[in-house]
Design a protein around this ligand. Structure first.
Ligand SMILES: C[S@@+](CC[C@H](N)C(=O)[O-])C[C@H]1O[C@@H](n2cnc3c(N)ncnc32)[C@H](O)[C@@H]1O
Length: 326
């Protein structure tokens, strides 16, 4: 018998990449300090590089979160009576299989909905998951979790998983907006499972974002290749250095690209050109690290009541299960 086919719905407009990219480039690169949203890191090349990052010995978050899921997946299943699991920013859904294994063993789960902007990675993951879990309906959504939460399926009891510390990529005000929008898209009694990286020593943080093989540097620099390809930009990609640093005030890693020489950049697809001075930086990603109290306060402000928090043995990473209040 052939494997069941996953259903894949595309919520992104066909011209989403071009329209949204142009808006983000004009807003982010056309003003100071120059920035780019991290979602543009995840074309097919970027998604493969991120997958490689998760297997680097220095990149502790993936293994920490995997250990928590391994130790507590059964507790999560017992705590929430979900019939649908949604995963935002699902990527390869690699770790999520531990959770799905526990849910399918308990027999109550009917549907898994992975959501990601990276279409090919999502399609590949959905096909793999449909084969592995023939009893589940796999309904993948190609969408942007800052825009398309209204497309999440309704009915039954839902658990929304947001793993990998991806929430740390939002700025403070974006995070509040996201949590509020997520709350509005859920019903009272639905669940939210959130993976967050915790504040720790820079001895651990810096190597995690500046690995010895240079994979993270290639991942971050890839956003310039995306602009060259999609918008005809003329970034001299080799003339940038990758500069990751810890911002102690904001408690976040700040990942930037620094121009090694002055250059004039032209981006015809965004009708934009500007001078980059020697040493000028473009911020490509932040990765906020959390403290438990701050996280619980933010969740409460958005209408989520924390039910349980689990950490790995060294308390590097936390998984928080919260209930959507009315
Ligand atoms: C840090 S990776 C985490 C992947 C996986 N959840 C994990 O824990 O390893 C972030 C994922 O979110 C996706 N992503 C980033 N921005 C997104 C957005 N605005 N909407 C939907 N997916 C997004 C990326 O394509 C990528 O798969």
């Amino acid at each position: 018998m052939s494997a069941p086919e996953p259903v894949v719905t595309v919520a992104l407009d066909p011209d989403w990449a071009s329209v949204a990219l142009v808006e983000d480039v004009r807003r982010g690169l056309g003003s100071q300090p120059r920035t780019l949203p991290p979602k543009w890191l995840y074309d097919d090349v970027g998604s493969d590089l991120f997958d490689e990052i998760t297997r680097l010995p220095e990149y502790y978050p993936t293994e920490c979160e995997r250990a928590i899921l391994r130790d507590h997946a059964a507790d999560i299943v017992a705590a929430c009576d979900a019939t649908t699991v949604v995963e935002l920013g699902s990527g390869t859904s690699d770790k999520t299989r531990t959770l799905l294994d526990a849910f399918t063993a308990a027999g109550s789960l009917e549907r898994f909905v992975p959501v990601d902007v990276s279409e090919q990675t999502l399609r590949d993951a959905a096909a793999m998951l449909a084969e592995r879990y023939p009893s589940l309906r796999v309904e993948a959504l190609v969408g942007d979790f800052t825009l398309h939460l209204g497309h999440l399926p309704r009915g039954g009891r839902r658990l929304v998983a947001f793993l990998g510390g991806t929430i740390g990529n939002f700025y403070v005000e974006e995070r509040a907006a996201f949590l509020g929008a997520l709350h509005d898209s859920l019903e009272p009694g639905d669940w939210f499972l959130l993976g967050t990286d915790l504040v720790k020593s820079t001895d651990r943080l810096i190597p995690a974002y500046d690995d010895s093989r240079g994979v993270t540097a290639r991942f971050v620099t890839n956003c310039l290749r995306v602009l060259n390809r999609e918008l005809g930009a003329d970034f001299d990609v080799d003339a940038f250095s990758y500069v990751p640093f810890w911002d102690p005030r904001q408690e976040r890693m700040d990942l930037r690209l620094r121009a090694d020489m002055p250059q004039r950049v032209t981006i015809p697809g965004a009708d934009l050109s500007f001078e980059l001075a020697h040493g000028e930086e473009i911020r490509v990603e932040i990765s906020t690290k959390f403290r438990r109290e701050r996280l619980h306060d933010e969740l409460a402000s958005a209408g989520f009541g924390v039910e349980r928090t689990w950490t790995d043995a060294d308390a590097d990473f936390a998984l928080t299960l919260a209930r959507c209040d009315g």
